[in-house]
Design a binder for this molecule. Structure first.
Ligand code: G3I
Length: 326
């Protein structure tokens, strides 16, 4: 799929991955195939709790393995993420912070992590999911960053990421902004806020975790992309997957294909959409499904391009022919 996407002028078709998945040889052979995947993004191992588990403790071992693999295979890296409200270490969440020392801690984290991977990340998700979950509420999420530092934490994070790696593309990554509504508009305001602060922001990430019944259609996705590229940004589909209600049926798999293809087409039709990343490609290891049913979307699954038995889904062949025949 990467080969086809690149022939059509995109920078990459990529996938999320994690080091524990490298143990499966079939998985690894797909992952290492640059004609299939031209970019990798770690699902967890670049997050704060992993990288800086203690105030003065840094651990890049897991993420380094993914970056080394990408380098070896000639794949781009999407680096994910620097400042988020989830997967934070206990010392940070339970600390007593004032505005000044929390800002210093955040800057320190951003600068050290970006510096460690300087020159190796095509893009950084500098801030992640800064808006409230509810798509009908377009306001900033109340979390430790907003509550203690204030909305300026966002521009400060971008400013220091830019300082630490002048060549990495700096992204704001968000979900439920792929369709029109208050959250989509709120994300545009966030971009303008960063730009008004005179700070560099290069890109917007459309996560695109969809279900057939709620996914926006092709035109709506394209319109939403245009809203952001009109602000001067490049764009990427960053976490594409389409979960379905189990057990599956031929109809559902066909609807799933439509959603995958619409999303790929929206990116293909948007010049400044540089690439697409699926949030893993094998049902067996997906963050949605039996493995994590106690945690996420009980009853949903089969969100990825390959069934657990490695058969390609209609979604896979649909994307393939969309990339070939348009
Ligand atoms: O590492 C612990 C393990 O020690 C423990 O035994 C186990 C029991 O629950 O949990 C393990 O941690 C899990 C972690 O993934 C590592 O596997 C967490 O519970 C689990 O919540 C965490 O889920 C990750 C999720 O982010 C957290 O919100 C998913 O793997 C990851 O795919 C997902 O990725 C996010 C993006 O970063 C941002 N956008 C949404 C996307 C999907 O939620």
């Amino acid at each position: 799929l990467n080969d086809l996407a690149q022939r059509r002028g995109k920078l990459y078709f990529g996938t999320e991955t994690e080091t524990w998945e490298f143990n499966d040889t079939t998985y690894l052979s797909h992952l290492n195939n640059v004609r299939e995947f031209g970019a990798l993004v770690p699902g967890n191992s670049m997050k704060w709790e992993v990288i800086q588990p203690g105030r003065y403790e840094w651990n890049f071992t897991l993420a380094d393995q993914i970056v080394d693999l990408a380098e070896h295979n000639g794949q781009h890296m999407r680096c994910h993420n620097l400042v988020w409200h989830e997967q934070l270490p206990g010392w940070l969440v339970n600390g007593t912070w004032g505005k000044e020392n929390l800002t210093a801690v955040m800057i320190d984290h951003v600068v050290r992590e970006v510096t460690h991977y300087k020159g190796k990340c095509y893009a950084w998700d500098v801030v992640n999911e800064v808006l409230n979950d509810d798509p009908n509420n377009g306001t900033l999420r109340s979390d430790m960053w907003l509550d203690i530092i204030g909305p300026e934490y966002i521009a400060i994070a971008f400013e220091h990421a830019a300082r630490a790696d002048p060549h990495a593309k700096l992204y704001y990554n968000e979900y439920d902004i792929e369709f029109k509504g208050p959250k989509h508009d709120g994300a545009m305001k966030v971009v303008k806020m960063i730009q008004d602060a005179g700070v560099r922001i290069d890109g917007i990430g459309f996560e695109s975790h969809f279900t057939p019944s709620t996914a926006p259609g092709l035109q709506e996705q394209m319109d939403c992309m245009k809203d952001f590229t009109d602000l001067g940004l490049e764009l990427a589909v960053t976490e594409l997957d389409v979960r379905i209600l189990l057990p599956d049926s031929p109809e559902e798999l066909e609807q799933q294909e439509t959603v995958y293809v619409d999303t790929v087409e929206a990116c293909m039709n948007t010049e400044k959409c540089v690439g697409m990343t699926v949030w893993d490609f094998w049902d067996q290891n997906s963050w949605i499904g039996p493995l994590t049913w106690d945690l996420y979307y009980n009853g949903y699954g089969e969100a990825d391009l390959y069934f657990a038995n490695w058969t390609r889904k209609p979604a896979y062949t649909g994307i393939e022919s969309a990339l070939k025949h348009r």
